[in-house]
Design a protein around this ligand. Structure first.
Ligand SMILES: [Mg+2]
Length: 199
C-alpha cells in the first residue's frame, strides 16, 4: 500500500524539471496537475515563469497535458493560456484518466510522469496507472477544505516514508547520476521539513 503513495521523486517545484533531467529519467511526457502545482489555487492566470517553463519543455519535445480534478469551466480557459491539451474531472486518485491521457499523448505509461502536489490524489493515481510519479510542494496554502483536511496525514506519511527510504532501483540510480551534483546528497523523497508550503 505504501508503495502506491510513494512518489518516485519529490521536488520543491516543477521548475526543477528541466528537459535534460526528464531525459535522464527516461520521461517523454508529463501529466500536470494544475492547482497548487502550476499555479496557486485561486490564481486566475499562470505566472510568466510557468509559461516559460512549459515553453522550454515544449521546444525540447516533451509532451504535456493538464490533468485536473477541476471542472471544465475553470480548467479550460487556464489550459488555453498554456496551449496544451487538458483533461478535466480527472477523478484522481482513480487511474483511468491518467492512462487515457498518456495514450492521447502517444507515450507509453513507463515514459510518462504524473506531476502534482497531492499524495492521495496525484501520486496515487499515477502509481495506479503505472506512471512515474513526481510530487511537488504545494505552491500555496490556499486550497479548498477537502484538500486541506488531507494535509496533516500527508505530512505524517511523508515523514514516515523519509525514515524508511525505498531501495534504489536501476532507474533511480540512473536518475541520480543524471541529477545536478548539488542535488545528489538529497534523498529521492525529501521531507526532513514537514512538507511546508512555499508562501
Ligand atoms: Mg493540486
Amino acid at each position: 500500500m505504501l508503495k502506491l503513495i510513494r512518489p518516485n521523486l519529490h521536488l520543491d517545484s516543477v521548475f526543477e524539471l528541466s528537459a535534460d533531467r526528464l531525459r535522464g529519467l527516461g520521461i517523454d511526457a508529463l501529466l500536470l496537475d494544475m492547482d497548487n502545482t502550476l499555479k496557486d489555487y485561486s490564481a486566475a492566470a499562470f505566472s510568466p515563469a510557468v509559461k516559460e517553463w512549459i515553453e522550454s519543455l515544449r521546444r525540447a519535445g516533451v509532451r504535456m497535458c493538464i490533468l485536473s480534478n477541476g471542472k471544465r469551466h475553470r480548467v479550460e480557459p487556464l489550459a488555453q493560456q498554456l496551449g496544451i491539451p487538458f483533461v478535466t474531472n480527472a477523478l484522481k486518485p482513480f487511474p483511468f484518466r491518467c492512462r487515457s491521457a498518456a495514450r492521447r499523448l502517444g507515450v507509453p505509461p513507463g515514459r510518462t510522469a504524473m506531476v502534482g502536489d497531492q499524495l492521495f490524489a496525484d501520486v496515487l493515481a499515477g502509481r495506479l496507472a503505472g506512471l512515474y510519479t513526481i510530487l511537488v510542494r504545494p505552491t500555496s496554502a490556499d486550497e479548498p477544505w477537502f484538500t486541506s483536511v488531507k494535509r496533516p496525514l500527508e505530512r505524517r506519511v511523508l515523514r514516515w516514508m523519509d525514515s524508511r527510504p525505498e531501495k534504489p532501483t536501476a532507474r533511480s540510480a540512473h536518475a541520480l547520476a543524471s541529477e545536478p551534483a548539488d542535488n545528489r546528497s538529497a534523498p529521492a523523497c525529501v521531507g526532513a521539513e514537514p512538507h511546508p508550503y512555499k508562501s
